[in-house]
Design a protein around this ligand. Structure first.
Ligand code: NAP
Ligand code: MG
Length: 479
């Protein structure tokens, strides 16, 4: 596939390309261009011009075009889900069900909400000096929004950035992950087809270390919306700070999944499974540390092992498959190294601990203690379940908070007051009671405490982040 500059499909100036491979069977899927610095500059300058045109299109008309876009996504959802499944090695049914959710929930919500995202007036006469002055506060687009996207849920991440950016009158420059760029490119092509001002639609491909750097340093980018690792988020904010570019960062996590002794254990097992098995555990807010009261740890561990031993592993397009590989073989090697490292620190493998090419078999680690890296800030982006036994709820909270991450978390208890007491103490942007912490409703602020992020995503937060307020004063207007 090609990059998109000014709505037009283009190659890199250097003609250099990089292969996109299906991690599940190693088959070649396509190539994408490796952008040069000139290509990236051109994309950003085109976006700057396109933004002037697109922001002049009335909100009513922008709504009409973006709703036409939703229809196009709906018509093409099977094709998009298939490309995504092949490039990511994720079961097709999981991606298709995400596409239904995009079409029915996410996309229309941002569009509808902005129509009712009103400005405000201040109270004349509230101060001794403003008796006759009338003030209105209006919202304007920030200008050029750059969206830098992780590989794990590329289409979902794209939509949570690009739809609010466009409805608010911004132009976009998208940089997809090198391992999973194809579905994102297809979704961007459809924006042009739907009738968005072509110059407002730009996408560049190539390595994050170069293309991402050129985007971060460019003074014409007004806002960077990034989803990915903490390390890269910090790099982006450092590079963009010379221009005071606004940054919104959705970063990594090492979420606690706390099970108190009065919990419904079957429910906890079901939730551990449905939070950690999809996308082969490559989810920012999937449960990554299982902190379990000593009185029930044996029952939980036995039931968890019984449940995840039955996971069906296969190819992305197979029916009823639940787990494929990780994004590439290197990621699986790295995840296994993290498991082996934890074993060296004293943990035991109760299930799994084996790799077949890009597939890491679901792995349960027992005897994990609070001093181990995995119990603190070592994020494992794979279907790994480290179980940490605790004496009581105070110790559970202490371990849960002993990390530099703070994305999400969950607590299992039948006593809502106890669960609430724990939720209040967790240093995270979200806590879910009696389910895993991977919960994403467009109306909620989603994002992390500590090194899990900066800012929040969600209807209100993102629409605010992609607009800026301007106060206009009519001096001595009133009498
Ligand atoms: P990543 O390595 O940080 O990459 C994310 C994106 O940034 C990719 O497009 C990457 O390009 C680009 N990039 C890499 N280095 C860059 C640099 N120096 N400057 C600018 N851009 C750069 O993350 P990932 O491995 O794709 O995703 C996994 C991580 O994302 C995990 O830590 C996960 O928890 C986190 N995540 C967080 C959320 C959330 O909402 N909080 C959601 C999903 C994932 P290349 O692909 O070319 O390297
Ligand atoms: Mg990475």
């Amino acid at each position: 596939m090609k990059m998109i500059i000014g709505g037009i499909k283009v190659d890199s100036r250097s003609k250099e390309t990089v292969d996109v491979i299906c991690p599940s069977d190693g088959k070649f899927l396509d190539v994408v261009p490796v952008a040069t610095e000139e290509d990236v500059k051109e994309a950003i300058e085109t976006a700057k011009k396109g933004q002037k045109l697109w922001s002049k299109v009335s909100l009513y008309e922008r709504e009409r075009i973006l709703k036409r876009y939703i229809e196009l996504v709906d018509e093409n959802k099977e094709g998009i889900a298939e490309i995504l499944s092949l490039e990511q090695g994720r079961p097709y049914q999981q991606n298709l069900s995400d596409m239904y959710s995009q079409v029915n929930n996410i996309l229309p919500t941002y569009i509808d909400a902005y129509k009712h995202f009103h400005g405000k007036t201040t109270q004349p006469g509230a101060y001794s000096f403003n008796k006759n002055d009338f003030q209105v506060v209006v919202r304007e687009p920030v200008g050029v929004v750059a969206a830098i996207i992780a590989y794990n849920s590329p289409v979902t991440i794209l939509y949570r950035k690009v739809i609010p950016a466009l409805i608010t009158g911004n132009a976009i420059v998208v940089k997809p992950a090198t391992d999973a760029p194809l579905a994102v490119i297809r979704c961007m092509e459809l924006l042009v087809e739907a009738g968005v001002t072509p110059e407002a639609i730009n996408l560049v491909t190539g390595s994050g270390s170069k293309v991402g750097k050129w985007i971060s340093e460019n003074p014409h980018v007004n806002t960077i919306s990034f989803t990915g690792s903490t390390e890269v988020g910090i790099d982006i904010i450092q590079k963009s700070s010379v221009n005071l570019t606004r940054c919104h960062l959705e970063l990594g996590g090492n979420d606690a999944f706390i099970i108190l002794e009065d919990a419904d254990i079957d429910l906890a097992v079901k939730s551990a499974y449905s939070g950690r098995i999809p996308v082969s555990g490559q989810i920012c807010a999937s449960p990554k540390r299982f902190i379990v009261d000593k009185k029930i740890v044996e029952e939980f561990t036995d039931k968890l092992i019984a449940a995840i031993s039955k996971v069906t592993i296969g190819q992305p397009m197979d029916e009823n498959v639940e787990l494929c590989g990780l994004i590439n073989e290197k990621a699986a090697i790295q995840a296994l190294e993290q498991v082996e490292y934890t074993v060296k620190q004293g943990a035991k493998i109760a299930l799994g601990g084996e790799r077949h090419k890009a597939v890491l078999l679901p792995t349960v680690l027992t005897d994990v203690t609070k001093d181990m890296d995995i119990a603190q800030s070592m994020e494992v982006f794979a279907p790994v379940f480290p179980i940490i036994v605790v004496e009581n709820e105070e110790e559970a909270v202490e371990i849960a908070n002993n990390t530099h991450y703070g994305l999400s978390g969950s607590v299992f208890s039948k006593d809502m007051r106890r669960a609430m007491h724990i939720a209040n103490q967790l240093e995270t942007g979200q806590v879910v009671i009696n389910s895993h912490g991977w919960y994403l409703n467009p109306d909620q602020p989603f994002g992390g405490y500590k090194k899990s992020g900066l800012g929040r995503e969600g209807v209100e937060d993102t629409l605010s982040a992609f607009t800026q307020e301007k106060t206009i004063t009519f001096k001595d207007y009133l009498y």
